[in-house]
Ligand binder design. Structure first.
Ligand code: P6P
Length: 333
């Protein structure tokens, strides 16, 4: 069984850039993920890690203590591996310059990371799967020059690596470098991630789940409501079922494996959609397309959207091509 490191060393994912840099990136990501996994798994036992930190994040949302912990874990692990020159995090208003130190191979770090350290964290106290979502680009400004916001506001189609870690019944790291989607499950007794889901794809011809918060039904557009009704009509070839756990990584992971669409449209509370383009929608959209699916805002391909600011939101639809296209038809009727 391949470990993540062996999989990369054997170039099984045909990464187009430096294999050494990819190994360093994943060394940081794995270190932080294992540390977060340990805290998530004992969250019920240690008061100091449960619940709200009493602070709010940039979005004005209640910050969970584990959000904070996860944010710091990734910052520290990227700093220590000297492979990243800048990070944008949901938990930080501005991007963070990690600085450029000559690493032993004298290649100045040219990679930038955008991350949601712990998405769905409000589910921590009720034991529902949560996740880290990450997205990696090559900086636009030349090395040695000061990073600018433009290094972070790149279209999703420029991502060189994207993925998530789901902290659920098991802890699985799922990623793509543009050559398919691969999943690695953590063996906690060894602290090692082993290849468990090679070449993940939406199942062919199986479209059976729709995921949306129907509590907002009264405020959805007619197009969204018509699609929901379309899913609910019992027709022989449409045995759809509703599944929604309020955790993007958990809903997406299930839908990619079992065949389903995830929808977070505009609502009265979130007129531009709730999910963030840079560190939630772009990485999940990248994985969606690599897994044979489609991701849009109802009109435009997510990966083609030009970001305007770090924390901008967008309506978000991702899933099997047939389901996403059907929903777009209803929305644009
Ligand atoms: P709602 C979690 O806060 C999150 O960003 C996603 O993980 C999740 O899919 C969505 O928001 C849930 O939002 O409004 O349905 O509770």
């Amino acid at each position: 069984m391949y470990t993540l490191g062996e999989f990369i060393i054997e170039n099984r994912d045909k990464f187009l850039y430096s294999k050494e840099a990819l190994l360093r990136l994943f060394s940081s990501i794995k270190l932080a993920a294992k540390s977060i996994n340990k805290e998530v798994n004992k969250a019920g036992l240690t008061e100091e890690i449960m619940g709200s930190s009493g602070m709010t994040n940039i979005q004005g949302e209640t910050q969970q203590k584990l959000d904070n912990f996860a944010h710091r874990a990734f910052i520290e692990s990227f700093k220590s591996r000297n492979v990243v020159c800048g990070i944008a995090s949901e938990e930080s208003k501005d991007f963070i310059i990690i600085g450029e130190k000559e690493n032993e191979n004298n290649n100045l770090s040219k990679y930038i990371v955008l991350i949601d350290p712990l998405d769905g964290s409000s589910n921590i106290d009720v034991n529902i799967p949560i996740g880290t979502i990450f997205s990696v680009y090559i900086r636009k400004t030349p090395t040695r020059m000061e990073l600018t916001i433009e290094d972070f506001l790149q279209r999703g189609n420029k991502q060189i690596l994207a993925g998530y870690i789901i902290y659920g019944s098991s802890t699985i790291l799922v990623y793509s470098t543009g050559n398919g989607v691969h999943g690695f499950t953590l063996d906690p007794s060894l602290g090692t991630f082993y290849l468990s889901h090679p070449d993940l794809h939406f199942p062919k011809k199986i479209e059976k789940i729709y995921s949306i918060n129907e509590g907002n039904y009264a405020r959805f557009s007619d197009g969204i409501r018509n699609f929901i009704r379309y899913c609910q009509e019992k027709k022989e070839n449409r045995p759809y079922t509703a599944r929604y756990i309020g955790s993007l990584v958990g809903d997406f992971h299930r839908n990619m494996i079992q065949g389903g669409i995830y929808i977070y449209p505009e609502t009265i509370h979130f007129p531009c959609g709730k999910l963030r383009l840079l560190y939630e929608c772009n990485p999940i959209a990248f994985l969606t397309e690599q897994a044979g699916g489609k991701a849009s805002d109802g009109k435009k391909r997510i990966l083609d959207i030009k970001p305007r600011n770090l924390h901008q939101r967008t309506p978000f639809i991702c899933g099997p091509i047939g389901m996403v296209s059907k929903l777009e038809e209803f929305m644009n009727d």
